[in-house]
Design a protein around this ligand. Structure first.
Ligand code: GTP
Length: 598
């Protein structure tokens, strides 16, 4: 198939608007998969994704399509994630495409991530084909959604495709429009080779498997290649495409999207966003890589078993390979021992990495509460970044503490304007703007401290708007705030992993809340344990964990041995996520309790 008949595209959508279902229909129509394989949504490959029902890692599939004009076309469908935390992966996959299907739910209309993703697509100069999905729903309102697409996004929606991915309606039209509307890749096969690494994963036998899109020139098995960022060279051992099962090829050329292996053992040698060229005839300039996004939220990850420290390091190295936004460095906590301070793009990103470490690498973790990065200006004019609350400097030599603010965009039916504004105000937000999307829906913009977003903003927003709100945010800058560090003492000892930063106005309230919460979360010990919340050296709240009264076993009447065993086992299970800190046993939940404060 000639290059003019290649189409590289993505599907962008707000979460749940039907991207994966549509991808499956497209796979089905192009007969890429057998029926058995179709049973599962193919593109959501990871277990974790399936469970949570969201797409996290992008994937690329090659499809053949016989168009109405009689020609055969080669499609590369590159999947993108839909969640606010994964915008960076969206921009990655879009860099490999010339066009995008913009899927909008016919009943819901444009939501916060629809907009965020469209902007990324427009930044990448992609041809956008609007698809209004779920027209089978009784609540579908095609005209309203068309109007929204024109008013809010500013693209023509007259010829938007009306579809129901569920019922297979509109799929033929989508395939034809991909052929007619999306341009072929523009590179030339005779130019010096440039292939973009847009994803990669590690296989213990084959080393790094790089997902690539060939933008210029070509690659053959046996070629000596060079990574343009690191200057390292390797010999190509395998090339191929996903149909969607991996199929080896001797050569990949302009427009091809597939995989490459080259006995790359060191994960750092194949960075996502890097350009591959030929060692003998290198390209002069690399492709524009991705804007590397900096983490917004940090937390400590500590192995429950200290023996697992090196395994944890290895797990992080592996995960970092295709997730350049994950950052980590060694951290030592007096309370929790050796571990890592890790940076994430947001809370979901954090949870997913934690779960992957536990499931894929079998390491049990204690995680500390997430924190944002604070900027501290000292009286010497030096500015330091603090990503670990326990390290916050205090006292006379601190001139100013600044915290990150985000511009939060909240789209919601107008009935909920009141509750949304109330939450934002309570979270120290400053009103910026409000626009009507149509008669019934508004877009509310607030400037809010990121730390308040971390403390269950989204959950509150959802429950106060009956799940109707959609939400997106973007860092807007650092502002000075009246912040203090709160330390927690158990049994008279400061537990560094429990320290957190709080606005002075909320300090008393939150100090009280956390002292009470910890009293309930930390199990009774053999002795009485005082819990204190302090600022500086001043105790602002306290509670007491009473001593244990009875042995659990005394609850089992007499000699029922199997019951006793069950009880002991149950206890052991409950113990798993505990860490002995000094003489006090602290459960995992205690380290997260700060997140549940309001
Ligand atoms: P993420 O992968 O999480 O970003 O979501 P997604 O956009 O891929 O959505 P997905 O395809 O998983 O669909 C979300 C829900 O909408 C599922 O329950 C689908 O069955 C349903 N759905 C998808 N398309 C249609 C449609 O055309 N009509 C109706 N009624 N439901 C649909």
């Amino acid at each position: 198939i000639k290059k003019e008949n290649v189409r590289n595209f993505s599907i962008i959508a707000h979460i749940d608007h039907g991207k994966s279902t549509l991808a499956d229909r497209i796979l089905e129509k192009t007969k890429a998969l057998t029926d058995r394989e179709m049973k599962e949504q193919f593109l959501d490959a990871m277990d974790l994704e399936r469970e949570r029902g969201i797409t996290i890692k992008l994937n690329a599939v090659q499809l053949k399509y016989g168009a109405n004009n009689g020609d055969d076309y080669l499609f590369h469908l590159i999947d993108t994630p839909g969640h606010v935390d994964f915008t960076y992966e969206v921009s990655r996959s879009l860099a490999a495409c010339e066009g995008a299907l913009l899927v909008v739910d016919a009943a819901q209309g444009i939501e916060a991530q629809t907009l965020a993703n469209v902007y990324l697509a427009l930044d990448n100069d992609l041809e956008i084909i609007p698809v209004i999905n779920k027209i089978d729903l009784p609540g579908a309102d095609v005209e309203r959604v068309k109007q929204e697409i024109e008013d809010v996004i500013g693209i023509d929606a007259d010829d938007a495709i009306l579809a129901s991915a569920k019922d297979g309606v509109g799929i033929d039209e989508i395939l034809e429009r991909i052929v007619t509307d999306i341009p072929a890749p523009s590179g030339k096969s005779e130019n010096p080779t440039k292939a973009l690494i847009f994803d990669s994963l590690y296989d213990s036998y084959r080393g790094v498997i790089a997902y690539i899109c060939v933008k210029e020139g070509s690659l053959k098995v046996g070629d000596e290649i060079k990574m343009m960022q690191t200057d390292k060279t390797f010999q190509v051992s395998d090339l191929g495409v996903f149909t969607p099962n991996p199929v080896s090829k001797e050569e990949l050329t302009v427009g091809d999207v597939g995989f490459l292996t080259a006995s790359i053992k060191n994960v750092g040698d194949s960075r996502v966003g890097d350009t591959i060229t030929l060692a003998k005839q290198p390209a002069e300039e690399p492709l524009p890589g991705y804007k590397r996004l900096n983490p917004m939220v940090y937390c400590g990850l500590f192995p429950v078993e200290s023996d697992n420290y090196n395994d944890l390091r290895e797990a992080l190295e592996r995960l970092e390979l295709n997730d350049s936004s994950l950052q980590y460095e060694a951290e030592t906590s007096q309370a929790l021992g050796f571990g890592f301070r890790c940076g994430f793009l947001g809370l979901l990103h954090m949870e997913i990495i934690q779960e992957r470490i536990e499931r894929e690498f079998n390491i049990e973790l204690i995680t500390t509460a997430p924190s944002v990065i604070y900027e501290v200006e000292l009286t010497t004019d030096e500015v330091i970044n603090i990503e670990n609350p326990s390290l916050m400097p205090e006292g006379k030599n601190v001139k100013e503490v600044r915290e990150p603010f985000v511009q939060a965009t909240i789209m919601v039916p107008s009935d909920f304007i009141g509750p949304v504004m109330e939450i934002c105000e309570k979270k120290r937000g400053n009103y910026v703007d409000m626009q009507y999307l149509d008669e019934h829906r508004v877009n509310i913009v607030y400037d809010i401290p990121l730390s308040e977003i971390v403390y269950d903003f989204f959950d509150q927003l959802k429950s106060q708007t009956k799940g109707y709100a959609s939400f997106d945010y973007e860092l807007s800058g650092y502002r000075a705030s009246n912040l203090v560090k709160m330390d927690i003492l158990l049994n008279g000892e400061t537990i560094d992993a429990l320290s957190f930063i709080v606005h002075r106005d909320f300090a008393f309230h939150r100090g009280k809340q956390i002292a009470e919460k910890l009293k309930d979360l930390i199990p009774r010990q053999q002795f009485e344990v005082p819990v204190q919340a302090t600022i500086g050296n001043k105790v602002i709240a306290r509670s007491t964990i009473k001593a244990m009264r009875k042995n659990v076993l005394s609850k089992c009447y007499g000699g029922d041995i199997s019951r006793k065993r069950k009880l002991l086992e149950k206890q052991k299970e409950g113990k798993k996520r505990m860490k002995m800190v000094g003489k006090v046993e602290i459960p995992q939940e205690a380290f997260m309790s700060v997140l549940e404060m309001n």
